[in-house]
Design a protein around this ligand. Structure first.
Ligand code: MEV
Length: 332
């Protein structure tokens, strides 16, 4: 049996961090994909290889599938791919540790591959895959909102909210970026020293440690992030460039207030703003040194490229709203 699954990366247009505290966020799948190939063997051996970071997360994903399928007990699942052996290979075009959902995509891809192998009609069950991937995110990050795994699983644009641990809701927004507003760019400022889990913890310690219930200053920032997430969404839907750009600018300032943007990224954002563009970090950020991905909006591509070049950073266009996890190939 050979199964090939592909999963998109993701960006958060607005609302990261606040989404951990029950606020809404808007995210989009991006057209940089990660591919998982699962091939059965007949010698009982198991191999896991990945060019997308260490394989610990993928092994955690495999264990989550085994738990779900109740295959962890001795003797269970005989004649299965787990007992006969497999080769799992992950290849990724999503930059690792940049806030583009590469770990969520790896978990989703590995889970999808094994679930497809075990499903009678070998189909993709998005909801099930997403639920299992959330469990892996929890092992990985401690307190995730679930927005990363949901976005790369379902694809498109997601208006996401985690009401409770047991109620994570999202609305798949049925819109496209209008041609005239197709001016998004991605600049990778570099892999942060901190993990997503550590950045989420940094915010918690800064604002919530000794303040339960949460203090008014933090509540105010969260409320303001909710407003800008709505503005960004209305800006895209209403094709109102000014509104979208202002929302991105305000969101970046609020993320700086939360303390998740490092000086290097701030400098680049200010330069982009000085030449008429707007930019924000996308994802958890980072403060010790680099801050991961910058989502940039500018009508002049060359102006953005010039700034990226000055800092010797990669700059690429961003196709937003890519398809979620999908089965690319199946040989039974
Ligand atoms: C990370 O992509 C987004 C955060 O809000 C964390 C989360 O939602 O789990 C920083």
């Amino acid at each position: 049996m050979k199964i090939k699954i592909s999963v998109p990366g993701k960006i958060i247009l607005s609302g990261e961090h606040a989404v951990v505290y029950g606020k809404p966020a808007i995210a989009a799948a991006v057209d940089k994909r990660l591919t998982v190939t699962l091939q059965s063997r007949d010698d009982g051996k198991r191999g896991v290889h990945s060019d997308a970071g260490d394989t610990k997360l993928i092994k955690a994903a495999i264990n989550v599938v085994k738990d779900e399928l109740k295959l962890r007990k001795k003797g269970a699942g005989r004649h299965s791919i787990f007992t006969n052996g497999y080769e799992l290979n992950v290849e990724s075009k999503i930059p690792v540790g940049a806030g583009m959902g590469s770990s969520a995509a790896a978990a989703v891809g590995a889970i999808a591959a094994f679930m497809v192998a075990y499903t009678k009609n070998h189909s993709i069950d998005h909801k099930k895959i997403n639920d299992l991937a959330y469990r892996v995110e929890k092992i990985q990050h401690g307190n995730p909102s679930g927005i990363d795994n949901s976005t790369v699983t379902f694809g498109g644009f997601l208006w996401y909210r985690k009401e409770f641990e047991f109620l994570k809701t999202f609305w798949k927004l049925q819109f496209k970026i209008a041609d005239k507003m197709d001016n998004f760019y991605l600049i990778n400022t570099g892999r942060p020293d901190e993990t997503t889990g550590e950045m989420v913890q940094t915010v918690r310690e800064r604002f919530c440690k000794k303040k339960m219930p949460i203090g008014t200053k933090f509540l105010q920032i969260l409320d303001n992030i909710e407003s800008v997430a709505k503005q960004a969404t209305l800006g895209i839907k209403g094709e109102d460039e000014g509104m979208l750009m202002e929302a991105i600018r305000q969101n970046e300032l609020l993320l700086e207030k939360l303390g998740v943007v490092g000086q290097f990224a701030k400098n680049i954002v200010r330069e982009i703003e000085a030449v008429g563009g707007t930019a924000k970090i996308s994802g958890a950020g980072g403060i010790k040194d680099k801050s991961g991905l910058l989502l940039v909006y500018h009508t002049d591509k060359r102006a953005v490229e010039k700034i990226a070049k000055k800092y010797s950073l990669e700059c690429s266009t961003a196709e937003l709203g890519a398809e979620g996890v999908k089965l690319d190939k199946l040989i039974v």
